[in-house]
Design a binder for this molecule. Structure first.
Ligand SMILES: Cc1cc2nc3c(=O)[nH]c(=O)nc-3n(C[C@H](O)[C@H](O)[C@H](O)COP(=O)(O)OP(=O)(O)OC[C@H]3O[C@@H](n4cnc5c(N)ncnc54)[C@H](O)[C@@H]3O)c2cc1C
Length: 458
């Protein structure tokens, strides 16, 4: 059996794995990157990029539909799904070519095939062994379902939803988290009658309560139906549709049921546990240096408990490469990871929600402020509603920023700098935000919290 030796052997070429490979190569380490499908992983091929392309097509549909409100006469004649998919695939293909070119321009050995850990630092692929002084596990995640709810036919996950060549007339989305509300948004804009079913009391339950409430208000206005705090009982499909039953006996029928109940770690059958790696419910446990219970074996991305986001995977991959190279990188603060949900209206947040901040510092030691986008010129021009909510420690830094409104995702860059640099509202208030931008609303919110509001009542 052929043996190959490297400084770093990486299993999985998604966001976490390829970031670790690129940074390791930059640092002069020899690298093998093992991938069974396509470099880029979920994010590029089945996640972030294709969904955001569909959301953009959805925005174009909305703008066309509402064009007359802006004095433009246009008619939305329909949604040509094959053309939408062609536009989306063109973007994915270009990025895939770019990534493949980038990786092949570095000293990275890409190994095609499914790898399995056969010793703590050896991965076997197609009968050949790849041994690393260090190993990085980055095998990603898969769409979960519920017990007794089999995926197939009219019951689909986000993977199948991305391959549809038609717009469903009626759809049920099981799960009101990020993936669920994004697909509900896309389909509604395309003309589908959508109902979201969520077991927890609110949509986007991981966001600040004010944001969840605002999204529910916006979805009601858009005609997106939802039921929260209800428990799914079962689904029956026929040749013509699917019927979903709740535990309370209520039923809903639709053409399709999208199951968006979260993602599980893709770790089964890869020899992790057998080689001494401590796991919890399929996830790989690490310390804050991202090292597993086996010294020299690291893990990155969705298999590590925490937020399942591509940029977290990138940062973890970079961190691991620098750790291996002895650069002693600063540990990643999970709380400082920005989150964006790209539905309409968008949601963007970083840091603590008001409830979490109150729990951590005591309700009497924090203050919050909500700047309504009604006072922001650019938001009025775009016709969007929403707010920017700040949470600060009294006489201390901003610890959470929560935003909702069209395009607020683009504001997350400044928001994450403010939270991660532990800026005080007074620091931000003295910085100038260009007029008229939506970004100005972030500046205005800080002016108000610093006690000197401009276009706002304090
Ligand atoms: C619908 C959807 C939308 C999303 N939108 C966003 C978004 O807008 N923003 C965001 O930040 N995140 C988003 N995400 C999440 C994001 O895609 C993931 O967090 C990210 O891809 C995780 O990276 P990863 O490297 O851990 O895993 P992955 O990207 O899943 O990569 C793992 C790779 O490992 C390979 N692999 C697995 N097992 C083996 C093996 N044994 N041998 C060889 N290769 C193997 C797989 O083929 C895959 O390429 C979205 C996810 C979904 C599903």
């Amino acid at each position: 059996m052929a043996e190959h030796n490297f400084d770093v052997v990486i299993l999985g070429g998604g966001s976490g794995g390829y970031a670790a490979a690129l940074r390791s190569a930059q640092l002069g380490l020899s690298v093998a990157l093992i991938e069974r499908d396509k470099l880029g992983g979920t994010c590029l091929h089945r996640g972030c990029i294709p969904t955001k392309a569909l959301l953009h097509s959805a925005e174009v549909a909305d703008v066309t539909r509402e064009a007359s409100a802006f004095g433009i006469s246009a008619t939305l004649n329909g949604v040509d799904m094959p053309q939408v998919n062609k536009y989306r695939d063109g973007i994915v293909d270009r990025l895939f070519k770019g990534l493949t070119g980038l990786v092949s321009s570095k000293a990275i050995t890409v190994v095609a095939g499914e790898g399995k850990l056969v010793a703590p630092k050896t991965i076997s692929v197609n009968g050949e062994n790849y041994t690393g002084k260090n190993v990085v596990l980055a095998t990603g995640s898969f769409s979960k379902t519920l017990t007794g709810l089999d995926i197939g036919g009219r019951i689909i996950t986000s993977e199948e939803a991305l391959t549809l060549d038609f717009v469903p007339t009626k759809a049920i989305v099981l799960g009101g988290g990020v993936i669920g509300v994004e697909f509900a948004s896309i389909w509604k804009s395309f003309g589908t009658d959508v109902t979201i079913i969520e077991g927890l009391p609110t949509l986007v339950p991981n966001e600040d309560a004010a944001v969840s409430k605002a999204l529910e208000r916006a979805y009601r206005k858009r005609g997106i139906n939802f039921k929260t705090g209800v428990r799914f009982s079962g689904a029956q499909q026929s040749a013509t549709g699917v019927v979903v039953t709740l535990e309370n006996g209520e039923t809903f029928d639709a053409e399709l049921l999208l199951v968006a109940v979260g993602r599980g770690a893709n770790t089964a059958g890869f020899g992790y546990e057998e080689n001494g790696i401590k796991m919890d419910r399929g996830y790989v446990l690490t310390n804050d240096r991202l090292e597993t219970s086996v010294p020299g074996v690291y893990a990155a991305g969705d298999i590590v408990p925490g937020l399942q986001l591509a940029h977290r995977g990138f940062q973890q991959g970079i961190f691991i490469a620098e750790e291996i190279a002895g650069l002693k990188p600063v540990t990643i603060d999970e709380n400082g990871i920005p989150k964006v949900t790209y539905c309409e209206p968008e949601i963007a947040s970083v840091g603590l929600s008001e409830a979490k901040a109150a729990e951590k510092f005591g309700a009497e030691n924090i203050s919050s402020y909500e700047y309504n986008l009604g006072g922001n010129g650019k938001s009025q021009i775009l016709g969007t509603a929403g707010f920017i909510k700040l949470i600060r420690q009294n006489n201390g830094p901003i610890v959470g920023i929560h935003m909702i409104g069209s395009r607020v995702g683009e504001q997350i860059g400044e928001a994450q700098l403010i939270v991660n640099w532990e800026a005080f509202p007074e620091d931000v208030a003295s910085l100038i935000h260009a007029h008229p931008t939506m970004n100005e609303a972030l500046g205005e919110a800080h002016l108000a919290l610093a006690g000197k509001p401009l276009h706002a009542h304090a």
